[in-house]
Write a protein of this length. Structure first.
Length: 171
């Protein structure tokens, strides 16, 4: 409805931008974030900490972490999570690209890999799978995001899994 109040030129410009969106954007050759060139803004930023690599399922997860302004390392977007029920297996994700990246990076300096999968069954499956294969790599330290109770929540409404993780990852 808001578009009806806009001048025709603005509506046409928006339509043009939307129709060309897919042609003008691509995937970053290094982390698989959305980019308008070979490398995204994160990967091409020399100020990023190259000793930290945060692994996410989707680009929207990367965006959420970036919005916090707290993380200054690099990313790797897997393109999903392991879910055999939906026929998503490790071979369907960007795990081989991750392995290649880590081999090159860990040869230069130790790397902390931060697993930031969603707290779902596929996310947990992916976390365990990656932790098993990456922990054996020399020069790679694997960590995962802490989890627990959200601010303002009540213990009586928290599910068993959330409470278990809140206790396990307490500070």
């Amino acid at each position: 409805m808001a578009l009806l109040d806009k001048p025709d030129s603005e509506v046409e410009e928006l339509g043009y931008a939307i129709s060309n969106l897919k042609q003008e954007l691509t995937t970053c050759a290094q982390c698989f974030n959305i980019s308008d060139g070979e490398f995204c803004a994160v990967c091409s930023n020399p100020g990023r900490d190259k000793t930290k690599l945060l692994i996410v399922e989707k680009v929207t997860d990367l965006d959420s972490i970036e919005k916090t302004g707290l993380y200054k390392g690099l990313y790797h977007v897997l393109g999903g999570a392991i879910n055999p029920l939906d026929n998503i297996l490790p071979v369907n994700l960007r795990i081989s690209e991750l392995n290649n990246r880590l081999e090159l990076a860990s040869a230069v300096a130790p790397i902390e890999v931060i697993l930031a999968m969603n707290p779902s069954t596929p996310g947990e499956t992916t976390t365990l799978y990656l932790k098993n294969i990456l922990s054996a790599k020399p020069g790679v330290v694997v960590t995962r995001l802490g989890r627990g109770l959200a601010s303002g929540s009540h213990l009586e409404y928290a599910d068993e899994s959330t409470l278990r993780h809140a206790l396990e990852y307490r500070k």
